[in-house]
Ligand binder design. Structure first.
Ligand code: PMP
Length: 285
């Protein structure tokens, strides 16, 4: 079928598996000129999709509210993604998939005839074990995004700009806030620990409902750590005992300083460490 070396770069395009070099994307794809599409990033551990159901539920929400139909059913999609992992011999990494509204001349209204375009590929990725020990630094930044941050859409320019702002300031990430209420980070959710209890922004329209966030909340509850899904301000973050981010690729990673000021002891804290351990046990890695 394919020479062996090409198996590592097979993409899923609609129903077919195609070598990356052979894949052609139309310049009239609305995803290209409007960012008119939705996406998901799945974690792959031991060749399996992690928390697939949660990702599919979020994908269905993004699909329903943007009225970008999925080209096939969730069970069919699941089978295709597993085949993609298998064909690419992926054991540990990510699967990226996106669906755009389709190909049509550039015009704002939803086109009557466009067929959604699905594309997915795999990436090999190791767990960020060193960073999970060492932690990351962050800077605060105004959350300038729109009011449907719960939809996972291709319009990531604010996220891209924020990440670059952090790097330009010598930090790893931004902590976004709206009127000083902390929302999330440019590619992860954000939590603080105060007096042994966790605080994180409620899962409403102002943040992405992270799959990892959900797992971590469930694990914390099992460990009898109280979780407040309630707004908190920059001031409460700065005087917190610990802070950490959650996300598909970062798992549970401590944030050791914000705006150059240490959070707590400025190192991986005990609650964060317990959650990392619980997460590893849950994943079975
Ligand atoms: N917030 C934003 C803005 C993100 O891009 C991500 C990464 N998808 C997350 C939170 C974390 O979500 P998840 O745990 O599903 O990766």
């Amino acid at each position: 079928m394919f020479p062996l070396e090409e198996w590592f770069t097979l993409y899923l395009y609609q129903q077919d598996f195609i070598a990356k070099e052979q894949l052609a994307i139309s310049p009239d794809d609305r995803g290209y000129y409007f960012g008119d599409g939705i996406y998901e990033v799945f974690r792959v551990y031991k060749g399996e999709l992690f928390e697939a159901d949660g990702h599919y539920r979020r994908l269905e929400l993004s699909s329903a509210d943007t009225r970008i139909p999925l080209p096939y059913s969730i069970p069919e999609l699941h089978a295709k993604l597993l085949e993609l992992i298998h064909l690419n011999r992926l054991r540990e990494g990510t699967v990226y998939m996106q669906v755009t509204r389709g190909i049509a001349p550039r015009s704002h209204p939803y086109p009557a005839k466009a067929e959604p375009v699905l594309m997915a590929y795999c990436n090999e990725l190791k767990r960020p074990l060193q960073t999970m020990q060492k932690g990351i630094t962050a800077v605060t930044s105004a959350d300038i995004r729109w009011l449907r941050c719960d939809l996972k859409t291709l319009n990531l320019l604010p996220n891209v700009m924020a990440k670059q702002q952090a790097l330009d300031l010598g930090a790893n990430e931004v902590v976004w806030h709206r009127d000083r209420v902390v929302t999330e980070c440019s590619a992860s959710n954000f939590m603080i620990v105060r007096n042994g209890e966790i605080w994180t922004h409620p899962a409403n329209h102002l943040i992405l409902h992270g799959i990892t966030r959900d797992v971590v909340i469930r694990l914390a509850q099992k460990l009898h750590i109280q979780v407040h899904q309630a707004p908190f301000k920059i001031e409460e973050m700065m005087s917190a005992d610990e802070a950490f981010v959650t996300g598909t690729t970062v798992e549970v990673t401590p944030v050791i300083s914000v705006d150059g000021v240490y959070i707590g002891q400025g190192e991986l804290g005990p609650v964060t460490r317990r959650l990392q351990q619980a997460f590893e046990e849950y994943v079975g890695i």
